[in-house]
Design a protein. Structure first.
Length: 605
């Protein structure tokens, strides 16, 4: 959600913190701020909106000091305003915070009764006020931070900076990730290793409940019980943390274009070209599983929805699928022969993490499919499977979706083989089809100019309907989600057969209806639904293949995809789902990489 950074440096830190915040801006961009210790005194600058506003402010009003903390915000308590922007300061302490303090009202009342005066509506200011009052009562900075942490309920990552302390940051992790970076005579703290990558490749990840005292000579780490502890230092691969646009106009464009290469390379981790099997980590198996439980949010949930069809069809495995924010609250019935799979690009989504914690100990194995292997979801699952997509910066998920699909496809095929549901020959045929995906995705990407032209009129629409059947239904949902997210056009997806049960009332000459319909077993039925739309003057865009167009009859607007086997069609149709949204957003002039109100990593429930 929010991104936090702290630096005890050798040089002026404000520009370095600003740079690190740029790398965290995908986490939120409602406001940003930096505080430093300058000649022993705390000083800070804060600005509403994107980081560029803070950057402008710093040009006119520079911030001096060699130690500092910074923050980029996704608003939870209190709207985007300078007063609500972090760092929050109370007397001799400044605080940056990612997460939510659940007992902030109670603390705020208590502190107000003692005479504290609050200048924001945030939960974070309560932390600063509490630590500030403890300093006033004579506690040392470390004691004040430690006692404050003991009073906080909720999920958070925090960093404290103190006036009069040029060589001290206290930081803590409870529920939200935090990494400590080690430099030569310098130390760093950040919400993720991405933020720290240009400054150091040596990183220690705090464990749940840890807090740390950081000085330029190193970090002392304490566990949740307050015992000093050791956490390993990891070398991060700086290449893997490169976050430039590589000549593309947007991160989203770059990430869509990367898909063929990523899918090709990532499949190699599970099935090398030199053999015809699928390798999974030791201990992961589906032979004894009686039911799969799949849980995720947003785009990752749609990947699971596609995978449900695959697991049922190719492995004969019953699948129960749920949105993470709903799962825990419906008393799901779990069994010790179930396998639970959690899918998350960031690996930090609070709802998915909470669902994972809910099933732990109640099912046979907890498996995660993640992009960030150091994330909480990866670390708390029994087995974590990387999707190998590389950093995804565009807020709208694209390459992570197809890379998630690929890992789930690999699992479904291997489950099919292990459970005797697929013969060796069927397995080999399907694996060969999976190997052909990158080439077909590249062909789909080649339709970009056509999509750009098609979306000119689409960008004028007020509402858009997406339809699909079978595995194309989740693709329709993904198309609608992408369009809403980055173009702000209202879009809905329906299973095509469901149209006549109500939504057909929406159809008129002004409603574009986008239909995902490869020429598969369900094609005829989808085309019947398309006819129902056309009979009511709906503006149909049919996305299909050559055979589909040959059989569909007259269609007002069409977009041709390569003809592919049914199993791999979701990968190919993901491209128009993404690209229609991208080009519609470009026509409308919206902020593609950082759409309003959103953040990449959703670490609050
Ligand atoms: C949509 C999108 C979101 C995420 C969702 C889950 O483009 O990006 O719907 O898919 O917030 O995020 P992760 O996968 O990080 O758990």
């Amino acid at each position: 959600m929010c991104g936090i950074v702290g630096i005890l440096g050798k040089h002026e830190v404000a520009p370095i913190i600003l740079d690190a915040l740029k790398r965290l801006e995908y986490r939120g961009y409602d406001s940003a701020g930096i505080a430093t210790v300058n000649n022993g005194a705390l000083d800070r600058r804060r600005a509403v909106g994107k980081l560029i506003n803070l950057s402008d402010l710093l040009v006119h009003d520079p911030l001096r000091g060699k130690s500092g903390i910074g923050h980029t915000r996704w608003a939870t308590h209190g709207g985007p305003s300078v007063a609500n922007a972090h760092p929050h300061q109370a007397g001799r302490v400044a605080v940056v915070h990612n997460g939510i303090i659940e007992n902030f009202r109670e603390l705020r009342e208590e502190l107000s009764a003692e005479g504290a005066s609050f200048s924001s509506q945030t939960d974070t200011e309560t932390i600063a006020q509490l630590a500030g009052s403890l300093l006033e009562k004579g506690r040392s900075p470390v004691e004040a931070a430690r006692e404050t942490l003991a009073r906080l309920k909720g999920a958070f990552a925090l960093a404290f900076l103190f006036s009069g302390e040029d060589d001290l940051i206290v930081c803590a992790r409870r529920g939200s990730p935090l990494a400590i970076g080690h430099g030569e005579g310098e130390m760093f703290v950040g919400s993720d290793a991405l933020a720290l990558a240009p400054m150091t490749d040596r990183v220690t990840y705090l464990e749940e409940g840890d807090w740390a005292i950081i000085t330029r000579s190193g970090a002392q780490i304490f566990d949740a019980e307050g015992h000093q502890t050791h956490r390993p230092m990891n070398r991060i691969n700086v290449e893997e943390t490169r976050v430039d646009k590589s000549g593309h106009r947007h991160f989203m464009a770059k990430e869509m274009a990367e898909q063929p290469a990523i899918l090709q390379a990532a499949l190699g981790f599970y099935s090398g070209l030199d053999h015809d099997g699928i390798d999974l980590p030791d201990g992961l198996g589906f032979a004894a599983t009686d039911r799969l439980i799949m849980v995720a949010c947003g785009t990752a949930y749609y990947a699971c929805q596609v995978a449900k069809y695959w697991f049922e069809r190719y492995a004969g495995l019953p699948v129960e699928l749920d949105i993470a924010s709903e799962f825990r609250y419906r008393n799901p019935v779990l069994g010790d022969s179930n396998t639970a799979i959690f899918v998350s690009q960031s690996g930090e989504t609070a709802d998915t993490l909470a669902a994972l914690r809910h099933v732990k100990g109640q099912v046979a194995q907890v498996v995660s499919v993640v992009n960030v292997m150091t994330s909480s979801i990866a670390r708390e699952s029994d087995i974590a499977l990387p999707i190998h997509a590389g950093p995804e910066i565009g807020v709208a998920s694209t390459k992570a979706f197809t890379a998630q699909l690929q890992v789930l496809a690999v699992l479904a095929l291997r489950a099919g083989l292990d459970r005797g549901h697929l013969s060796e020959a069927e397995f080999a045929t399907l694996l060969a089809q999976l190997r052909s995906v990158p080439g077909y995705v590249a062909q789909a990407l080649d339709r970009e100019e056509e999509i750009r032209l098609l979306t000119e009129s689409l960008s004028q629409a007020r509402d858009v309907l997406f339809l699909g059947r079978g595995v194309m239904y989740p693709l329709a949902q993904e198309g609608a989600l992408k369009l809403k997210e980055i173009s702000y056009i209202h879009a809905e997806a329906y299973a095509a057969g469901e149209l006549k049960h109500g939504p057909i009332a929406l159809i008129d000459k002004d409603l574009p209806v986008i239909i995902f319909a490869p020429h598969d077993a369900l094609f005829e039925k989808t085309v019947s639904n398309m006819q129902e739309v056309m009979a009511r003057q709906g503006q149909v865009l049919l996305i299909s293949d050559a055979q589909g167009f040959a059989d569909a009859g007259e269609v007002p607007t069409r977009l041709q995809m390569p003809a592919v086997p049914e199993f791999i069609a979701p990968f190919i149709y993901a491209v128009p789902a993404q690209m229609i949204a991208y080009h519609t957003a470009l026509h409308r002039g919206t902020d593609v990489d950082q759409p309003r109100n959103l953040a990449k990593s959703v670490t609050v429930e």
